[in-house]
Design a protein around this ligand. Structure first.
Ligand code: KG4
Ligand code: ZN
Length: 336
Protein backbone atom coordinates (compact mmCIF):
# COMPACT_ATOMS: atom_id res chain seq x y z
CA UNK A 1 0.00 0.00 0.00
CA UNK A 2 1.33 3.44 -0.91
CA UNK A 3 0.54 6.33 1.43
CA UNK A 4 0.92 10.05 0.71
CA UNK A 5 0.94 12.06 3.95
CA UNK A 6 1.14 15.64 5.18
CA UNK A 7 2.40 17.26 8.35
CA UNK A 8 1.85 20.98 9.06
CA UNK A 9 1.11 21.19 12.80
CA UNK A 10 3.85 23.67 13.70
CA UNK A 11 6.78 25.12 11.77
CA UNK A 12 7.70 22.35 9.32
CA UNK A 13 5.70 21.72 6.15
CA UNK A 14 6.25 18.11 5.16
CA UNK A 15 4.97 15.68 2.52
CA UNK A 16 6.06 12.05 2.32
CA UNK A 17 5.39 8.88 0.38
CA UNK A 18 5.68 5.60 2.31
CA UNK A 19 5.15 2.02 1.18
CA UNK A 20 3.77 -0.26 3.90
CA UNK A 21 2.49 -3.82 4.03
CA UNK A 22 2.46 -6.18 7.04
CA UNK A 23 5.65 -5.44 8.94
CA UNK A 24 7.38 -3.93 5.85
CA UNK A 25 7.82 -0.15 5.85
CA UNK A 26 9.81 1.82 3.33
CA UNK A 27 10.15 5.59 3.05
CA UNK A 28 10.08 6.49 -0.65
CA UNK A 29 10.34 10.22 0.03
CA UNK A 30 10.14 12.53 3.04
CA UNK A 31 10.38 16.21 2.13
CA UNK A 32 10.56 18.71 4.99
CA UNK A 33 10.41 22.47 4.36
CA UNK A 34 11.52 24.09 7.60
CA UNK A 35 10.33 27.58 8.55
CA UNK A 36 13.07 28.02 11.16
CA UNK A 37 14.77 30.85 9.25
CA UNK A 38 11.44 32.71 9.06
CA UNK A 39 10.71 32.41 12.80
CA UNK A 40 14.29 32.85 14.03
CA UNK A 41 14.12 36.62 14.12
CA UNK A 42 11.04 36.47 16.39
CA UNK A 43 12.75 34.03 18.80
CA UNK A 44 9.92 31.50 18.41
CA UNK A 45 7.11 30.31 16.16
CA UNK A 46 4.58 33.00 15.17
CA UNK A 47 1.34 31.07 14.45
CA UNK A 48 -0.05 33.45 11.80
CA UNK A 49 3.27 33.51 9.95
CA UNK A 50 3.49 29.69 10.17
CA UNK A 51 0.07 29.25 8.53
CA UNK A 52 0.98 31.50 5.62
CA UNK A 53 4.33 29.78 5.10
CA UNK A 54 2.60 26.37 4.99
CA UNK A 55 0.27 27.65 2.26
CA UNK A 56 3.24 28.83 0.20
CA UNK A 57 5.16 25.56 0.59
CA UNK A 58 2.65 22.73 0.51
CA UNK A 59 1.95 22.35 -3.23
CA UNK A 60 5.64 22.55 -4.13
CA UNK A 61 6.76 19.96 -1.60
CA UNK A 62 3.91 17.62 -2.60
CA UNK A 63 5.25 17.58 -6.18
CA UNK A 64 8.74 17.04 -4.80
CA UNK A 65 7.59 14.15 -2.59
CA UNK A 66 5.81 12.42 -5.50
CA UNK A 67 8.71 13.02 -7.93
CA UNK A 68 11.36 11.80 -5.47
CA UNK A 69 9.30 8.67 -4.77
CA UNK A 70 8.79 8.14 -8.51
CA UNK A 71 5.02 7.83 -8.17
CA UNK A 72 1.97 9.75 -9.40
CA UNK A 73 -1.37 10.37 -7.69
CA UNK A 74 -2.75 7.28 -9.49
CA UNK A 75 -0.33 5.09 -7.47
CA UNK A 76 -1.43 6.49 -4.11
CA UNK A 77 -3.76 4.25 -2.07
CA UNK A 78 -4.50 6.52 0.89
CA UNK A 79 -3.85 10.08 2.02
CA UNK A 80 -2.88 10.74 5.65
CA UNK A 81 -2.75 14.08 7.43
CA UNK A 82 -2.02 15.42 10.92
CA UNK A 83 -5.26 16.95 12.20
CA UNK A 84 -4.40 17.36 15.92
CA UNK A 85 -2.78 18.67 18.13
CA UNK A 86 -0.97 21.79 16.92
CA UNK A 87 -1.38 25.41 15.84
CA UNK A 88 -4.89 25.64 14.41
CA UNK A 89 -4.01 27.86 11.43
CA UNK A 90 -1.08 25.61 10.58
CA UNK A 91 -3.05 22.36 10.90
CA UNK A 92 -5.87 23.71 8.73
CA UNK A 93 -3.50 24.11 5.77
CA UNK A 94 -2.49 20.44 5.75
CA UNK A 95 -6.01 19.18 6.49
CA UNK A 96 -7.65 21.21 3.73
CA UNK A 97 -4.94 20.45 1.20
CA UNK A 98 -5.20 16.72 1.96
CA UNK A 99 -9.00 16.83 1.77
CA UNK A 100 -8.91 18.58 -1.64
CA UNK A 101 -6.52 15.96 -3.03
CA UNK A 102 -8.56 13.10 -1.58
CA UNK A 103 -11.76 14.54 -3.06
CA UNK A 104 -10.22 15.30 -6.47
CA UNK A 105 -8.57 11.91 -6.88
CA UNK A 106 -11.17 9.81 -5.04
CA UNK A 107 -8.73 8.56 -2.38
CA UNK A 108 -9.52 7.62 1.24
CA UNK A 109 -8.36 10.20 3.79
CA UNK A 110 -7.03 9.28 7.23
CA UNK A 111 -6.64 11.66 10.20
CA UNK A 112 -3.51 11.26 12.31
CA UNK A 113 -2.72 12.44 15.84
CA UNK A 114 0.67 14.17 15.73
CA UNK A 115 1.90 12.52 18.96
CA UNK A 116 1.03 9.10 17.58
CA UNK A 117 2.99 10.00 14.46
CA UNK A 118 6.10 10.78 16.54
CA UNK A 119 5.84 7.39 18.27
CA UNK A 120 5.31 5.54 14.99
CA UNK A 121 8.60 6.97 13.65
CA UNK A 122 10.23 4.28 15.82
CA UNK A 123 8.64 1.46 13.75
CA UNK A 124 10.90 2.46 10.85
CA UNK A 125 13.94 1.81 13.07
CA UNK A 126 13.21 -1.81 13.91
CA UNK A 127 10.82 -4.54 12.83
CA UNK A 128 11.27 -5.97 16.32
CA UNK A 129 9.19 -3.16 17.81
CA UNK A 130 5.56 -4.19 18.27
CA UNK A 131 2.93 -2.94 20.75
CA UNK A 132 2.37 -2.93 23.67
CA UNK A 133 5.06 -0.53 24.90
CA UNK A 134 5.57 2.69 26.84
CA UNK A 135 6.49 5.81 24.88
CA UNK A 136 7.72 9.28 25.63
CA UNK A 137 7.09 12.06 23.12
CA UNK A 138 9.35 14.93 24.03
CA UNK A 139 9.33 17.90 21.67
CA UNK A 140 8.97 21.67 21.39
CA UNK A 141 5.28 21.39 22.21
CA UNK A 142 4.88 18.11 24.13
CA UNK A 143 6.22 16.05 26.99
CA UNK A 144 3.85 13.08 27.10
CA UNK A 145 4.30 9.60 28.47
CA UNK A 146 2.04 7.21 26.62
CA UNK A 147 0.82 3.68 27.23
CA UNK A 148 0.67 2.31 23.67
CA UNK A 149 -1.53 -0.79 23.67
CA UNK A 150 -1.99 -1.46 19.93
CA UNK A 151 -0.87 0.08 16.63
CA UNK A 152 -3.71 2.59 16.95
CA UNK A 153 -4.63 2.84 20.65
CA UNK A 154 -2.69 4.89 23.16
CA UNK A 155 -3.42 6.58 26.48
CA UNK A 156 -1.52 9.54 27.88
CA UNK A 157 -0.37 8.61 31.39
CA UNK A 158 2.16 11.39 31.99
CA UNK A 159 2.35 15.02 30.91
CA UNK A 160 3.72 18.48 31.64
CA UNK A 161 1.65 20.95 33.64
CA UNK A 162 3.09 23.91 31.73
CA UNK A 163 5.97 24.25 29.24
CA UNK A 164 7.19 21.36 27.11
CA UNK A 165 10.79 20.21 27.54
CA UNK A 166 11.79 21.53 24.09
CA UNK A 167 10.21 24.89 24.84
CA UNK A 168 12.31 25.09 28.03
CA UNK A 169 15.45 24.15 26.05
CA UNK A 170 14.69 26.88 23.51
CA UNK A 171 13.97 29.54 26.15
CA UNK A 172 17.06 28.70 28.22
CA UNK A 173 19.08 28.85 24.99
CA UNK A 174 17.56 32.21 24.11
CA UNK A 175 18.67 33.83 27.37
CA UNK A 176 22.18 32.57 26.57
CA UNK A 177 22.01 34.34 23.21
CA UNK A 178 21.59 31.15 21.15
CA UNK A 179 19.23 31.55 18.16
CA UNK A 180 15.89 29.70 17.97
CA UNK A 181 15.54 26.74 18.20
CA UNK A 182 18.47 26.36 20.59
CA UNK A 183 17.97 22.73 21.72
CA UNK A 184 20.65 21.22 19.49
CA UNK A 185 23.22 23.88 20.45
CA UNK A 186 22.42 23.37 24.16
CA UNK A 187 23.12 19.67 23.57
CA UNK A 188 26.55 20.47 22.09
CA UNK A 189 27.44 23.00 24.83
CA UNK A 190 26.30 20.62 27.58
CA UNK A 191 28.99 18.12 26.54
CA UNK A 192 31.62 20.77 27.33
CA UNK A 193 30.26 21.94 30.71
CA UNK A 194 29.98 20.81 34.33
CA UNK A 195 26.47 19.45 35.07
CA UNK A 196 26.88 20.20 38.81
CA UNK A 197 28.09 23.80 38.40
CA UNK A 198 24.73 25.55 38.88
CA UNK A 199 21.99 24.61 41.33
CA UNK A 200 18.67 24.38 39.49
CA UNK A 201 15.22 23.00 40.44
CA UNK A 202 13.99 19.63 39.20
CA UNK A 203 11.21 19.66 36.58
CA UNK A 204 9.84 16.37 38.01
CA UNK A 205 6.73 16.94 40.16
CA UNK A 206 7.43 15.15 43.43
CA UNK A 207 5.32 12.18 44.46
CA UNK A 208 3.86 9.21 42.62
CA UNK A 209 2.46 11.19 39.67
CA UNK A 210 3.97 11.04 36.18
CA UNK A 211 3.97 14.82 35.76
CA UNK A 212 6.50 17.49 34.90
CA UNK A 213 6.73 21.26 35.25
CA UNK A 214 9.46 22.82 33.11
CA UNK A 215 8.53 26.45 33.64
CA UNK A 216 10.27 26.70 37.06
CA UNK A 217 13.50 25.30 35.62
CA UNK A 218 13.31 27.70 32.69
CA UNK A 219 12.71 30.69 35.00
CA UNK A 220 15.59 29.60 37.26
CA UNK A 221 17.97 29.67 34.28
CA UNK A 222 16.65 33.06 33.14
CA UNK A 223 17.08 34.47 36.69
CA UNK A 224 20.56 32.96 37.04
CA UNK A 225 21.72 34.56 33.80
CA UNK A 226 20.12 37.95 34.55
CA UNK A 227 21.56 38.05 38.10
CA UNK A 228 25.02 37.02 36.89
CA UNK A 229 24.91 39.73 34.22
CA UNK A 230 23.77 42.35 36.78
CA UNK A 231 26.71 41.40 39.03
CA UNK A 232 29.07 41.50 36.06
CA UNK A 233 30.00 37.80 36.58
CA UNK A 234 31.28 35.78 33.65
CA UNK A 235 28.66 33.25 32.50
CA UNK A 236 29.80 29.83 31.31
CA UNK A 237 27.24 28.88 28.67
CA UNK A 238 28.66 25.35 28.80
CA UNK A 239 28.00 25.04 32.56
CA UNK A 240 24.48 26.48 32.22
CA UNK A 241 23.68 24.09 29.35
CA UNK A 242 25.17 21.11 31.21
CA UNK A 243 23.37 21.91 34.50
CA UNK A 244 20.07 22.51 32.69
CA UNK A 245 20.38 19.34 30.60
CA UNK A 246 21.25 17.26 33.68
CA UNK A 247 18.04 18.39 35.42
CA UNK A 248 15.90 17.62 32.36
CA UNK A 249 17.56 14.24 31.89
CA UNK A 250 17.24 13.24 35.58
CA UNK A 251 13.56 14.23 35.70
CA UNK A 252 12.70 12.39 32.50
CA UNK A 253 14.50 9.19 33.48
CA UNK A 254 12.91 9.31 36.97
CA UNK A 255 9.36 9.60 35.58
CA UNK A 256 9.99 7.13 32.76
CA UNK A 257 11.25 4.53 35.14
CA UNK A 258 8.13 5.08 37.29
CA UNK A 259 5.94 4.79 34.16
CA UNK A 260 7.62 1.54 33.14
CA UNK A 261 6.95 0.16 36.62
CA UNK A 262 3.27 1.19 36.39
CA UNK A 263 2.72 -0.25 32.89
CA UNK A 264 4.98 -3.27 33.33
CA UNK A 265 6.20 -2.68 29.75
CA UNK A 266 9.31 -4.45 28.56
CA UNK A 267 9.69 -2.07 25.60
CA UNK A 268 10.17 1.66 25.53
CA UNK A 269 10.20 4.27 22.75
CA UNK A 270 11.45 7.83 23.04
CA UNK A 271 10.48 10.12 20.14
CA UNK A 272 10.07 13.80 19.22
CA UNK A 273 12.57 16.60 18.56
CA UNK A 274 14.17 16.53 22.04
CA UNK A 275 14.69 12.76 21.70
CA UNK A 276 17.61 13.79 19.46
CA UNK A 277 19.40 15.04 22.62
CA UNK A 278 22.53 12.93 23.03
CA UNK A 279 22.61 13.15 26.86
CA UNK A 280 18.96 12.16 27.15
CA UNK A 281 19.38 9.28 24.68
CA UNK A 282 22.31 7.90 26.70
CA UNK A 283 20.54 8.26 30.04
CA UNK A 284 17.32 6.64 28.81
CA UNK A 285 19.21 3.85 27.10
CA UNK A 286 21.19 3.15 30.33
CA UNK A 287 18.02 3.26 32.43
CA UNK A 288 16.29 0.78 30.09
CA UNK A 289 19.30 -1.56 30.20
CA UNK A 290 19.23 -1.49 34.02
CA UNK A 291 15.50 -2.26 34.07
CA UNK A 292 15.76 -5.04 31.46
CA UNK A 293 13.61 -3.00 29.05
CA UNK A 294 14.26 -2.93 25.29
CA UNK A 295 14.81 0.64 24.12
CA UNK A 296 13.80 1.82 20.65
CA UNK A 297 14.47 5.27 19.22
CA UNK A 298 13.64 6.65 15.79
CA UNK A 299 16.55 7.58 13.57
CA UNK A 300 17.75 11.11 14.35
CA UNK A 301 16.38 12.36 11.02
CA UNK A 302 12.89 11.14 12.01
CA UNK A 303 12.87 12.65 15.54
CA UNK A 304 11.71 16.09 14.39
CA UNK A 305 8.42 16.80 12.64
CA UNK A 306 8.12 14.96 9.30
CA UNK A 307 5.37 13.42 7.19
CA UNK A 308 6.87 9.90 6.89
CA UNK A 309 5.89 9.22 10.53
CA UNK A 310 2.38 10.52 9.74
CA UNK A 311 2.14 8.23 6.69
CA UNK A 312 2.93 5.14 8.78
CA UNK A 313 0.45 6.15 11.48
CA UNK A 314 -2.15 6.69 8.72
CA UNK A 315 -1.46 3.17 7.41
CA UNK A 316 -2.18 1.62 10.83
CA UNK A 317 -5.34 3.72 11.27
CA UNK A 318 -6.54 2.69 7.80
CA UNK A 319 -5.85 -1.01 8.49
CA UNK A 320 -7.93 -0.58 11.66
CA UNK A 321 -10.85 0.83 9.63
CA UNK A 322 -10.38 4.44 10.74
CA UNK A 323 -10.97 6.69 7.75
CA UNK A 324 -12.28 10.24 7.70
CA UNK A 325 -14.39 12.10 5.13
CA UNK A 326 -14.61 15.62 3.79
CA UNK A 327 -16.05 16.83 7.11
CA UNK A 328 -12.60 16.22 8.69
CA UNK A 329 -11.49 19.25 10.69
CA UNK A 330 -8.36 20.35 12.51
CA UNK A 331 -8.28 20.51 16.33
CA UNK A 332 -5.72 22.56 18.24
CA UNK A 333 -5.71 20.20 21.21
CA UNK A 334 -6.32 16.47 21.22
CA UNK A 335 -9.31 16.70 23.50
CA UNK A 336 -11.31 19.76 22.42
O1 KG4 B 1 9.32 17.44 17.36
P1 KG4 B 1 9.79 18.79 16.95
O2 KG4 B 1 10.55 18.92 15.65
O3 KG4 B 1 8.62 19.81 16.87
C1 KG4 B 1 7.54 19.81 17.76
O4 KG4 B 1 6.58 19.01 17.54
O5 KG4 B 1 7.65 20.57 18.74
O6 KG4 B 1 10.71 19.33 18.17
C2 KG4 B 1 11.40 20.55 18.10
C3 KG4 B 1 12.10 20.77 19.45
C4 KG4 B 1 12.71 22.17 19.59
O7 KG4 B 1 12.34 22.69 20.85
C5 KG4 B 1 14.21 21.91 19.52
O8 KG4 B 1 15.01 22.85 20.22
C6 KG4 B 1 14.29 20.55 20.17
O9 KG4 B 1 13.20 19.84 19.62
N1 KG4 B 1 15.55 19.84 19.87
C7 KG4 B 1 16.45 19.50 20.83
C8 KG4 B 1 17.52 18.87 20.15
N2 KG4 B 1 17.23 18.85 18.80
C9 KG4 B 1 16.02 19.46 18.65
N3 KG4 B 1 16.43 19.67 22.15
C10 KG4 B 1 17.47 19.22 22.86
N4 KG4 B 1 18.54 18.61 22.29
C11 KG4 B 1 18.61 18.39 20.95
N5 KG4 B 1 19.66 17.78 20.39
ZN1 ZN C 1 6.25 17.30 16.78
Amino acid sequence: MIILAFESSCDETSAAVVEASGSGRRILSNIVASQIDIHKRFGGVVPEVAGRAHIEAIAKITHEALDTAGVGMGDIDIIGVTNTPGLIGALLVGVNYAKSLAFSYGKPIVAVNHLKGHVDAAYFASEMLTPPFTALVVSGAHTSIMDVSTYTDFREIGFTRDDAAGEAFDKAARVLGIPYPGGAEMDRLASLGDPTAIKLPSPAISGDCLEFSFSGLKTAVVNYVHNAKARGDKISREDVAASFTAKVTEAITEKLSAALTVTGSKRMVMAGGVAANSHLRCAVSDMCAEMGVEYFAPEMSLCGDNAAMIALAAYYEYMDGNTADTSLNAKATGDD
